[in-house]
Every structure is written in C-alpha cells, then in structure tokens.
Design a protein around this ligand. Structure first.
Ligand code: 13P
Length: 155
C-alpha cells in the first residue's frame, strides 16, 4: 500500500515517535512524505521514504496528485491545529481529495494508530479492489484512444 506521511512543524516530533513505534508496520509499505517531514523521520528512523517538495512549496499538492490518480491508500497528516499555515488552501485541497477518493486519512496519533493497525490486520484490502478497478478503467481508456488513433490514421 502507498502511505503518505505529513506533519506540520509543531507536530514533527509526534510523527517521529509514531514512525519509530510503528516502524515494523510501516516498512512493509511504500512511503511518501513532504520534504521536511520525510527528512526528519529519516534522521531518526530507518525507513525508505520517497520525499516530495516541502509542504509550503507544493509537497501537499504532489501528494494530492497521487490521491487524484488513486495511487494513494492512506494519509497520516499530523496537522498543527493551533497555527495558521500560509498554504492552508493546499492542505484543505489534499484533505478534500482524500474524501473524493475514499482514502483513509488520520490527522492525529489516536486515529493514525487505529489505521495502521487495521492495515496490518488486512482490513484495508478494499483499497486493492479500488486500485484494480482504476487500472481496468485506464486500460479501457487507452484501448479506446488506440482505436480512435488507428481509425484517424486509416482515413
Ligand atoms: O507543511 C506541511 C504540510 O502542509 C509539511 O511540510 P514539510 O514536511 O516540508 O514541513
């Protein structure tokens, strides 16, 4: 499964504690993170993480693009609920896409623990079904475009 890890500055320590505690669970999956969050985790915890740009520089949108392509299965986003962020619209857009594509989203340690444990139990297997359906849909679309192209060149 593809999991995104994001934390605002005041919550980065919490994210490090979380990834340390659940390292054994997380290492079985493909991990993605906004720049600073991912770099901070990697300084403390041995995990292979793909780093996107820093959140305020577009990292949330890059993760949002994964969500929009249905390539994301879980988002763990420890927001700072007490500090306004300059890129709040980008943050809301990412959370909105999680709802659009039914991507489990945890914004605090309590819900993150429930999600990660249920992933390990296999409760989130339905995400595989969604991804397979999406792949079939893309295949159908590309076959359609191929047939349109060959008809155009035929005439
Ligand atoms: O701002 C963030 C998410 O909105 C996090 O970005 P960084 O991980 O680069 O600090």
């Amino acid at each position: 499964m593809n999991i995104a890890l994001i934390a605002h500055d005041n919550s980065k320590e919490k994210m490090i504690q979380f990834t340390r505690a659940y390292q054994r669970y997380l290492e079985k999956h493909n991990l993605y993170a906004t720049g600073t969050t991912g770099a901070r985790i990697q300084q403390k915890v041995k995990l292979d993480i793909h780093l996107f740009r820093s959140g305020p520089l577009g990292g949330d949108q890059e993760i949002g693009a994964m969500a929009a392509n249905n390539e994301l299965d879980m988002v763990i986003f420890f927001r700072d609920p007490l500090t306004p962020q300059p890129h709040d619209p980008g943050i809301s857009a990412l959370m909105r896409l999680c709802d659009v594509y039914d991507i489990p989203l945890a914004t605090n340690m309590g819900s993150a623990e429930i999600l990660i444990r249920s992933l390990d139990r296999g409760d989130l297997e339905w995400r595989n079904v969604i991804r397979e359906d999406k792949e079939k849909e893309l295949l159908k679309k590309s076959l359609f475009f191929e047939s349109v192209k060959s008809n155009i060149f035929h005439y």
